[in-house]
Design a protein around this ligand. Structure first.
Ligand code: HEC
Length: 269
């Protein structure tokens, strides 16, 4: 062995090693942390759709083909791509480059290592029955207050979160919750939403969800669209006597034609 050989081996190793590191399979534990980038919009539970479709069993599924998800863009539906290690890697790297015009608002994950980790995690977690509880957007993001994938179940609400009555007067909504609190909102700062799923509120018991850090904005989530206008009383009395249920809904309620989720209503009068 001449003297230059060991040096040559070291140099060769320095060149080759970084490439080997990239080619190694991803680390699923690290990938679970990467999945936080997806959590706000995707669930791993079968057919639990949020902003985006459930990712359960996504491997080998055709793009835009989950029957229970009604909000695919035409481009994703007609792309005819089968989701595999390679196509998912391309998609996550730069969704708008891969399928231009799709409606997934995600800038892309440029780091090869991070994508490998994420896909290692997803490949296992999307198998039937493998979805880890922590990746379901449970309580780790701060429950009711955060949008970060935490979609709280609204069936059983604490009195502080259960809306009893809503009055509209001038430009102001007065929202009374079951704990006796009444909060005033400028009408443009209160959003009315619906959740008709199993996780939505009980009929007649809309949920109050703080939506802004400053407490000046909030959401009220109803069990169905037709409940909304019946629940809001037009009155300017100084004292709120609680909600009087109004069983009659207007027949020609235009809200019925709209999709039931992410509905936003702004009062005009
Ligand atoms: C802001 C919300 C949002 C975020 C964040 C997001 N997605 Fe999506 N995702 C969507 C929407 C909406 C669609 C449907 C797009 C369309 O129809 O054009 C989608 C579609 C997909 C699809 C295609 C599914 C199918 O059935 O064809 C995959 C796979 C996917 N996303 C994976 C991910 C991964 C992995 C992440 C995290 C790195 C992520 N998404 C982050 C909203 C999001």
């Amino acid at each position: 062995m001449n003297r230059t050989q060991p040096i040559a081996i070291v140099i060769l190793a320095l060149i080759i090693l970084p490439y080997r590191a990239v080619a190694e399979p991803g680390d699923a534990a690290r990938g679970e942390r990467m999945y936080r980038a997806c959590l706000a919009c995707h669930s791993l539970e079968p057919n639990r759709n949020m902003t985006g479709p459930s990712l359960a069993e996504v491997w080998n599924r055709k793009s835009g083909s989950l029957a229970s998800f009604p909000r695919y863009s035409p481009v994703l539906k007609s792309a005819g791509i089968i989701w595999t290690d390679d196509t998912l890697d391309e998609w996550i790297k730069d969704p708008q480059h891969f399928i231009p015009g799709n409606t997934m608002i995600f800038p892309g994950m440029k780091d090869t290592r991070q994508r490998a980790d994420l896909l290692a995690f997803l490949k296992d977690a999307t198998q039937p029955g493998h979805a880890p509880k922590t990746a379901q957007g449970g309580s780790q993001m701060g429950g009711m207050m955060m949008g970060g994938g935490a979609v709280p179940n609204l069936k059983r609400l604490d009195p502080t979160d259960r809306v009893q009555s809503i009055n509209h007067c001038g430009d102001t909504y007065k929202v009374a919750t079951a704990d006796g609190k009444i909060r005033d909102f400028w009408e443009r700062n209160l959003r009315f939403k619906t959740d008709v799923s199993d996780e939505g509120p009980q009929k007649g018991a809309p949920a109050f969800v703080g939506a802004g850090m400053m407490g000046d904005r909030a959401d009220v989530i109803f069990a169905s669209p037709e409940e909304i206008s019946g629940f809001i009383a037009q009155k300017c009395s100084r004292f709120l006597l609680g909600h009087t249920p109004q069983p009659r809904y207007r027949r020609s309620c235009p809200l019925r034609e709209r999709p039931a989720s992410n509905l936003r209503v702004t009062a005009r009068d």
